[in-house]
Design a protein around this ligand. Structure first.
Ligand code: C2E
Ligand code: CA
Ligand code: CA
Ligand code: CA
Length: 278
């Protein structure tokens, strides 16, 4: 049976005990993982549709548990969000992504804009200074960093959120709006956000080109982005047919298994050096 969740308070029936113990195990395991090297980042390249140029990489966290093996983020990120642990996790991710970007910079690879996922709970007035401090410690220009935020971030106190966004983008760090179309953000607010890129959620990309609704939604997001002078990227691109549709619809950038899965840093760098990518 499912737990009932209301305003963050959870009520469990007795047979939920096991589920709760499991959650507590994952939580304490994750807390330890933050310090014991079980977390890593994988990097998935993003490309410009027009010329196939590599334009960046999304950092995606991976947890390798000694007994359970790889635990997918879908299993521990929601839990980390519910417990607040996502704040420490986010600090770890930003730190690790910037350390990697610095290593790439020192190794002389082309500058890669590394995109870090930031959850709503991390989006506090402390974030802009943390970003600035981290970039400075790793000797990185702001163009090396992008933050991906989701619509849920925008649902709370709009003016406060815009203030935080402004202090991030003023540094030259770009923001993209992830999973666009899956949340409830109001279109009237969208124009007020200093956002560089809208990201079409994979749930829409998947239905292209056979599902007429998904095609309509994807083209609509592309035209909203164009009207608002934002760039637009589609995630989860797996087939040439999807790529063709997105290209014809005026989408700027793509990301997905058609081009590459998220790769460990060394493999990502090897692909770069072997010029597998333009
Ligand atoms: P997301 O930010 O929407 O990331 C895209 C997800 O789609 C990733 O799953 C990626 O591996 C997967 N993906 C990319 N291309 C394809 C494709 O062509 N086909 C399919 N089937 N999947 C594709 P992943 O890495 O399992 O991450 C799941 C979610 O966990 C992310 O969704 C994001 O919400 C969250 N997440 C991952 N890393 C972090 C992180 O460092 N911080 C935070 N706050 N959340 C993270
Ligand atoms: Ca993302
Ligand atoms: Ca996404
Ligand atoms: Ca998604």
């Amino acid at each position: 049976k499912q737990g009932v969740e209301a305003d963050g308070v959870e009520f469990y029936s007795e047979d939920m005990n096991q589920g709760m113990q499991e959650r507590m195990r994952i939580e304490s395991g994750l807390r330890q993982a933050l310090g014991n090297g079980q977390l890593t980042l994988h990097y998935q390249p993003k490309f410009a549709i027009a010329d196939g140029r590599l334009i960046g990489a999304e950092a995606l966290v991976r947890w390798t548990h000694p007994q359970r093996g790889l635990i997918p983020p879908a299993e521990f990120i929601p839990l980390a969000e519910a417990t607040g642990l996502v704040v420490q996790l986010g600090e770890w991710v930003l730190e690790a992504a910037c350390a990697q970007a610095q290593a790439w910079k020192l190794a002389g690879v082309q500058p890669i804009r590394v995109a870090v996922n930031v959850s709503a709970r991390e989006f506090t007035p402390a974030l802009p200074a943390r970003v600035a401090d981290t970039l400075q410690r790793y000797g990185l220009e702001p163009a090396w960093l992008e933050l991906e935020i989701t619509e849920s971030t925008l649902m709370h106190n709009i003016d406060r959120v815009i203030g935080i966004m402004d202090r991030i983008t003023a540094q030259g760090v770009t923001l993209s709006l992830d999973d666009f179309g899956t949340g409830y953000s109001s279109l009237s607010y969208l124009k007020r956000f200093p956002i560089d890129t809208l990201k079409i959620d994979r749930s829409f990309t998947t239905g292209i080109p056979n599902d007429a609704n998904d095609c309509a939604i994807a083209s609509t997001i592309i035209s909203i982005a164009q009207q608002l002078k934002h760039k637009v990227i589609a995630e989860g691109v797996e087939t040439p047919e999807q790529l063709g549709f997105l290209q014809r619809s005026g989408c700027d950038e793509v990301q997905g298994y058609l081009f590459s899965k998220p790769l460990p840093a060394e493999e990502f760098e090897r692909a770069l050096r072997e010029r597998s990518w333009a």
